[in-house]
Ligand binder design. Structure first.
Ligand code: NAI
Length: 212
């Protein structure tokens, strides 16, 4: 059961719940309480129940939650069609790392094709996936309808490609470039990943420990 008005912070907590529940399932645990989940999440049992209530509650309180049921329900929320198809733009160092990560460490995401504008690498393979000319991206997407595009190119390239990306009809972008796609089209669903932001926040925190 999903609710379209679920807030972004709750959605962002779902993968962490799922990670913990996956570990519990792998260790053979069958039930977990909201207090145990709260310890893992660094929150409170009431916050856990409130989060789960956004999706119908996930079972009975008092005797805890069924780990199998939580796993199935949250997996279904995160990947409603069992899997999502992705393509990646930018077959450089970052693109290679991300492609490898998606292929080996994520379940539910199928990386189908890679695109680049460098004639020296177009036609070759990266992580056993073919690299296509970025000029064929729109046609590829119209034909194959991937769910998301992973952007691993410099900011200038991303800005240049923004109209083409909108033309693909793909709804979601996993964006590692430093270009803000919402400037071009607010309807795109974008997850921006900036390692430097995370590092700078850590730097601030270790230098202002007493203020926390
Ligand atoms: P790289 O130079 O190794 O690879 C970039 C690739 O993108 C090349 O294969 C290039 O041919 C391709 N490319 C460039 N413009 C293109 C376009 N318009 N269409 C299609 N392909 C295009 O660079 P690297 O190390 O892979 O980094 C890529 C970008 O990712 C950098 O600009 C960097 O700022 C950013 N980055 C972001 C991080 C983050 O945390 N968000 C972390 C590391 C890098």
């Amino acid at each position: 059961m999903s609710n379209s008005k679920v807030s972004l912070p709750v959605i962002r907590r779902l993968p962490r719940y799922f990670r913990y529940i996956t570990e519990l399932k792998a260790s053979g645990k069958t039930r977990v309480s909201s207090s145990q989940l709260a310890i893992f999440m660094g929150s409170t049992p009431s916050q856990v129940r409130q989060d789960f209530n956004c999706f119908g509650g996930f079972g009975q309180q008092g005797i805890g939650y069924s780990v199998d049921l939580l796993y199935d329900e949250i997996e279904h929320l995160l990947f409603p069609n069992n899997h999502i198809d992705a393509v990646l733009i930018g077959a450089g160092s970052l693109g290679a790392t991300i492609a490898n990560f998606v292929l080996t460490e994520t379940e539910g995401v199928n990386l189908k094709a890679i695109f680049d504008n460098n004639p020296n690498i177009i036609g070759k393979n990266m992580s056993n996936i073919k690299i296509f000319d970025v000029n064929t991206l729109v046609n590829y997407c119209k034909e194959n309808k991937p769910d998301l595009i992973i952007i691993c190119i410099p900011k200038s390239g991303a800005e240049e490609l923004a109209p083409i990306i909108v033309e693909t009809g793909v709804k979601g972008l996993w964006n590692f470039s430093h270009y803000d796609f919402s400037v071009y089209d607010k309807s795109l669903i974008v997850e921006n990943v900036h390692l430097r932001d995370s590092l700078m926040a850590l730097s601030y925190r270790i230098n202002h420990v007493e203020e926390e």
